[in-house]
Every structure is written in C-alpha cells, then in structure tokens.
Write a protein that binds this ligand. Structure first.
Ligand SMILES: Nc1ncnc2c1ncn2[C@@H]1O[C@H](COP(=O)(O)OP(=O)(O)O)[C@@H](O)[C@H]1O
Ligand SMILES: [Mg+2]
Length: 221
C-alpha cells in the first residue's frame, strides 16, 4: 500500500519538529556535521518538499494559494508531497544505510493541519498511516520555545523585506496551540520523541541534541 512497504533493516531516520524559529534548520545542520565527522553517511532534507516534485507542492502550499481550499485539502497536499519525498529520497537513503535528518515531517501535519487548522483527526492520522507506513522516524527531536520568541526569530531571519509565509502569518495564539500540540505528541509517544528546550544558546541546544542521538541511537558523537 505504501511507497516503502517491506523497507528492510536500514539507516536511522531522525526528524526535527516544533514551531517557527525553534532552530530546526540550524540544529539539523549541526547534527549532520557531527554525524558526518563521525563517519556516518547523512542525508539532510526538509518538509514540505525535499524532492523535486514535492518542492513544487511546497511552493503552492506556502504561497497561501491552498489555504482557501481548506485544511483537509492542505492535508492531502502535504501527504502528496510526503509520498513523493519518501519514495524518491527518504526510503532509498535508509535502504542504502544512510541516516536521514528531516526538518519537519508528519508531526507537523498532525499539529498544523489537525490541531491548529481543524482538519479531521481521523483523516490526518489515517493518511499518515498510509503514506508514512514503515518510514516512521526512529527519533523525533521537538525544539520547544515560547511561540512569541520563535516568531520573532523567524521574523529576524526573514529580514524586513519578505512577508511571512502562510503558517508564519497565523496569530501568536495559534502558534501557542501549535506548541502545545507538539508537546502532546511527545507525551503520547515518549519512545520516539524527545523535547529539547530551544530558548537557549544554540551551542547548548546542539550539545543536548548530540547527547540524545548518542543515547537513543548509539551514534559515536
Ligand atoms: N538557540 C538559538 N538562539 C538564538 N537564535 C537562534 C537559535 N537557533 C537558531 N537561531 C536563529 O533563529 C532563526 C531561526 O532558526 P531556524 O534554524 O531557521 O529555525 P526553524 O528552522 O526552526 O524555523 C535563525 O536566524 C537562526 O540563526
Ligand atoms: Mg527552518
């Protein structure tokens, strides 16, 4: 049923999740460097997007053009992008024994589309089961910080000229619900998820990320 059924023994799959500006891209990069220095073959990728075709869907979603179609259609679009990303990039890398680091993945769909967007929970969970299948992350690092702090960082990163994307443009109250949504996932799946406080010096956060990856997945970093 899925792009990845029968996925054999493989590399490890790590996802970075959390709200805007938490440092997902920064910490994913730093972990990739640490793993690379330890001789691990690493693929860095992101969602939405991550494959050539999925990036087309990303541009459509983040432009805001999908928003009027409603949260259910956005959910289908995220999953269409994810299906291609898994099939063409994530699964082949894992099968080849590479470690895949992904900046956002299915938890973001649970939180942004269901918790914040109001898409039907059963639809979101059902599509996740079908599309992700055995390509479930081995470890999910949730970078947690107050929504206002993350949004301010994201705004500073963008600079003055560029306008916020479709999700950055949501209210602080929505972003606080998004934060709570990620923390709820961590409580629901503690064997997969680790919450790391992201409102700290990036070096300290990177130390914590490395420690978790060492302890949970046995990486020599
Ligand atoms: N721990 C941190 N403290 C302060 N600023 C940070 C920290 N981590 C990242 N940043 C900065 O905040 C902005 C958002 O970080 P980024 O990694 O792009 O977050 P995300 O990918 O989660 O949206 C960037 O400009 C980045 O340099
Ligand atoms: Mg980012």
């Amino acid at each position: 049923m899925t792009a990845t059924s029968g996925l054999p023994a493989r590399g490890r799959f790590i996802t970075f999740e959390g709200g805007e500006g938490g440092g997902k891209s920064t910490q994913s990069r730093r972990l990739a460097q640490a793993l690379g220095a330890a001789g691990v073959a690493v693929v860095e990728t992101r969602e939405p997007g991550g494959s050539a075709r999925a990036e087309l869907i990303r541009a459509f979603i983040l432009s805001g053009q999908a928003k009027p179609m409603g949260a259910a259609t956005e959910t289908f679009l995220f999953n269409a992008a994810r299906y291609d990303h898994i099939a063409t990039r994530i699964a082949p890398a894992l099968v080849a024994g590479q470690w895949v680091l992904c900046d956002r993945f299915a938890d973001s769909t649970r939180v942004y589309q269901a918790v914040a967007g109001g898409a039907d929970e059963a639809l979101v969970r059902g599509l996740e089961r079908l599309v992700v299948g055995p390509a479930r992350p081995d470890l999910t690092i949730i970078l947690d910080l107050p929504a206002a702090v993350g949004l301010a960082r994201a705004g500073a990163r963008r600079g003055g000229g560029e306008s916020p994307d479709r999700f950055e443009a949501e209210s602080v109250a929505t972003h606080e619900r998004i934060r709570a949504g990620f923390l709820a996932i961590a409580r629901e799946e503690p064997e997969r998820c680790v919450v790391i406080a992201a409102d700290r010096d990036p070096d300290i956060v990177a130390d914590d990320v490395r420690r978790v990856v060492r302890d949970r997945l046995g990486a020599a970093i």
